[in-house]
Write a protein that binds this ligand. Structure first.
Ligand SMILES: [Zn+2]
Length: 190
């Protein structure tokens, strides 16, 4: 799982305990006494917090943890292509506010790059979240097709890199992902 729901979105510590709702049983009351859970009360609302940080007392739910995880993305590289047509690679760097696009069969000097608008970058984490990018499997494979299309996405997050890849197999939102990159770069990506 690429999203750590138990990590506090405010202080970043992984020292959280679950918040439990409903009328507490004796066992649950004991657990709460020992500091293993927090009692959230009898009524559950849809956006109630599910985790409690023991370091800073902040409370949050899954949705907020997901938003925080996407907010930690600092950039990504994506490539797609095949043996005969070569590979298209893009690198989106959030800090440099830049997209760089290269193609393996092009002149190495012919690098396309474009400065990204602040608004484009601001929308990106939410768009990547809509595509469920962080929850894509590590590998998608369809062994019935030879050659065909290979792809890879390398997501840079604070302090770590996540890699997803495929060979003729794709996550559900792959086409949306390609369209997004096409839209940002103004150049084909497929
Ligand atoms: Zn905290």
């Amino acid at each position: 799982m690429a999203i750590n729901y138990k990590k506090c979105p405010r202080c970043g510590k992984r020292d959280s305990i679950p918040i439990v709702y409903g009328y507490p049983t004796v066992e649950l009351a004991e657990e709460a006494e020992k500091g293993k859970v927090v009692l959230g009360g009898c009524c559950v609302m849809e956006d109630d917090p599910e985790f409690h940080c023991q370091n800073c007392n902040y409370q949050w739910n899954r949705l907020e943890a997901e938003e925080a995880a996407y907010g930690e993305i600092t950039g990504f590289k994506a490539s797609v292509g095949g043996y005969f047509d070569g590979f298209t690679q893009v690198h989106i760097d959030f800090a440099a506010r830049q997209i760089i696009r290269t193609h393996s069969l092009d002149d190495p000097e012919a690098v396309f790059s474009k400065r990204l608008a602040v608004k484009t970058l601001k929308n990106l984490p939410g768009q990547l979240k809509d595509m469920d990018l962080l929850n894509w499997k590590r590998r998608y494979e369809n062994s019935q097709v030879l050659d065909g299309t290979q792809w890879q996405v390398e997501i840079q997050r604070q302090g770590r890199i996540l890699r997803k890849s495929g060979s003729n197999g794709f996550p559900d939102k792959w086409d949306d992902f390609c369209r997004l990159i096409q839209k940002i770069s103004g150049r084909p990506f497929a």
